[in-house]
Design a protein around this ligand. Structure first.
Ligand code: F6P
Length: 327
């Protein structure tokens, strides 16, 4: 079949995540190998509004697979939430001769993409790029594995000092509204407890977990706290614990944006590469308004609406594992 798309635009938007560069590289090279030109749009939707566009060659994406962040820069763009902003964005697409878009980002990125697609009938494919892993329809998002490994490395280090000083460490983990990073990191580091938005933060449970540790003559504990699971985050939990247990020597660590940086893991590089190629393939198949997902190690197409609106659940066996392994 003769494809209609001659030039595809690619952008990264919202919070950056490791291996976004690997995804850009794959989109550019897959497009070029199918005879499609590829233009990079800088600073997400803001760049689309402002016309910050540059054609990308295969050489332009050389040597970026191992780099964290995004060579295209990223931004959260309020203007794109308004129809006037999207009108300007569409005008840039027309001016640049871009007839399809690949957007790499999370929930907010896909919400904007849907609006543009509905208003101007632009073929858009989404790639799930977020450390939060909170998009429905994909087992993993680009950057999640790297972030998880970063958290694990940091908490392993904290554990050393927690043990030496017999302290309780409350470690705040990112995730927006989702607890995937927190719960999985908690299992990986052997934490005493995890506080996540998907499960009630049961004060007694946390106390029991610390108490159990202390009975085992382990006078230190690691508790991972998802940033929005409890108002005030990790410091609020520390305050609560110290009120009820003045004998606990509590310390807080907020991992913050460390969790978004760094060279991507092999798993993320491979995932991003496969997804980038799949995005171009999907356009050639005349797909539109879908997200590329991965399920059981196979590429799947997920309607953008579902990726955003359906709720991805925390696996019960993982929550149970946390409880069982902290005794
Ligand atoms: O979505 C990625 C993420 O890092 C979330 O985990 C976090 O809540 C948010 O972005 C932080 O956003 P910003 O970098 O704009 O402060």
């Amino acid at each position: 079949m003769e494809y209609q798309i001659k030039c595809v635009g690619v952008l990264t938007s919202g919070g950056d995540s490791p291996a976004m560069n690997a995804a850009i590289r794959a989109v550019v090279r897959a497009a070029i190998s199918n005879g499609i030109r590829c233009k990079g749009i800088y600073r997400g939707y803001q760049g689309l509004i402002d016309g910050e566009v540059k054609e990308l060659t295969s050489h332009d994406v050389s040597g970026i697979i191992s780099r964290g962040g995004t060579i295209l820069k990223s931004a959260r763009c309020a203007e794109f939430r308004n129809p006037e902003g999207r009108k300007k964005a569409f005008e840039t697409l027309q001016k640049e001769g871009i007839d399809a878009l690949v957007v790499i980002g999370g929930d907010g990125t896909f919400t904007g993409a849907r609006a543009l697609a509905l208003e101007y009938n632009v073929p858009i494919i989404g790639l799930p790029g977020t450390i939060d892993n909170d998009l429905w329809g994909t087992d993993m998002t680009i950057g999640y594995d790297t972030s998880l490994n970063t958290i694990m490395d940091c908490v392993d280090k904290l554990k050393d000092t927690a043990t030496s000083h017999e302290r309780v460490f409350l470690v705040e983990v990112m995730g927006r509204d989702a607890g995937f990073l927190t719960l999985n990191a908690a299992i990986a580091v052997g934490a005493e407890a995890a506080i996540i938005p998907e499960r009630e933060a049961i004060a007694e449970q946390i106390e029991a977990a610390i108490g159990q540790g202390r009975r085992k003559s382990k006078n230190s504990a690691i508790i991972l706290v998802q940033e929005h699971a409890i108002e005030g985050g990790a410091p609020a939990v520390a305050k609560l614990l110290e009120e009820t247990h003045p004998e606990y020597n509590c310390r807080c660590t907020i991992l913050g944006h460390l969790q978004r940086g760094g060279s991507p893991t092999a798993q993320d590089r491979i995932l991003a590469s496969r997804m980038g190629i799949a995005a171009i393939q999907a356009l050639l198949e005349e797909q539109r308004s879908i997200m590329i997902g991965i399920q059981n190690d196979s590429i799947v197409y997920v309607p953008l609406a579902k990726a955003i609106n359906e709720k991805k659940d925390v696996k019960t066996d993982k929550w149970d594992a946390m409880q069982i392994l902290s005794i």
